[in-house]
Design a protein around this ligand. Sequence first.
Ligand SMILES: Nc1nc2c(ncn2[C@@H]2O[C@H](COP(=O)(O)OP(=O)(O)OP(=O)(O)O)[C@@H](O)[C@H]2O)c(=O)[nH]1
Ligand SMILES: [Mg+2]
Length: 233
Amino acid sequence: MKTNLLLIPTYNERETAPVLVEKVLNLDIKTDLLFIDDGSPDGTGELLDQIAAREPRVQVIHRAEKSGLGSAYQEGFARSLDEGYQNSICMDADLSHNPEDLPRFIEAMEQNDLVCGSRYMKDGGIINWPLPRLLLSKAAAGYARLLTRMPFTDPTGGFNAYRNEMLAKLPLKEVSSQGYSFQIEMKHLAWKQGYKVDEIPILFTERRKGKSKMSAGIIHEALWIVWKLVLKR
Ligand SMILES: Nc1nc2c(ncn2[C@@H]2O[C@H](COP(=O)(O)OP(=O)(O)OP(=O)(O)O)[C@@H](O)[C@H]2O)c(=O)[nH]1
Ligand SMILES: [Mg+2]
């Protein structure tokens, strides 16, 4: 039976994506990997195709150009549902999210519809972030939490496992954001509809290779998406 599918969007991650594959395949868990690559100029997509050709647990969706994280996850969810997986687990390709946390996610999914990795709960944390970035992220988490009243410690966190039965019932078309706010919107939707959501602590490590895709646009989006959620309520 098909069980878990990792959804991993990539844009210029050729140094880390193959390492991530290796680490996941070495774990003793039932998980396939789906990369959603947006025509990475550094050749990440071709490299992943070579890996997929020899490793049946790895698949790649290619999109012509950089079209945002949110729509990459939406394509991933659609594929995961089509192929009959039980859970979809979103994670970054830059090794910030530790694959060794996956067994804990999978175990927690036995009791929940959504399991959120949290950097800000007890035993969670962030390694190697400069203070301004940490403060910005904590402020964003506090802001989202205060306004939406979601009882979660890390609303913007991107390491999350979703039950496909829940995804199939959620109005995913309403989720429009592309950056971190995609995570806020998804958590809000699941929580508002009364699904069982829990958090587990994760240690997030700042990327050592490749370049950040964070932008002012992504931050602005997060600021106003929260208001969209408040007004909808
Ligand atoms: N397919 C696709 N992937 C993206 C896009 N933007 C970012 N990504 C991927 O999404 C994941 C998270 O992006 P990051 O650049 O690591 O963003 P971040 O974690 O906020 O910032 P840093 O870790 O500091 O770089 C990575 O795997 C990126 O390659 C996009 O537009 N399309
Ligand atoms: Mg990152």
